[in-house]
Design a protein around this ligand. Sequence first.
Ligand SMILES: [Zn+2]
Length: 70
Amino acid sequence: MQTNEIKLRTCPKCGRIYHGRPALSRADNETLICPDCGTREALESIGVGKDEQEQILETIHRCYGGSDGQ
Ligand SMILES: [Zn+2]
């Protein structure tokens, strides 16, 4: 039986350690990257600039960063 422990992975794109569900890189369709980089790639693909990408990510983090922080 496998336990349901949280798996940590290192994102090859930004080098950060993350947990949870990885995203599939659009660049080659096989590299697993962190959800943030997945979001960045998705935004980039629709023409969102770097600065705006970071702003959007910050907003996402704020929305999900509920119970633990503060
Ligand atoms: Zn990443």
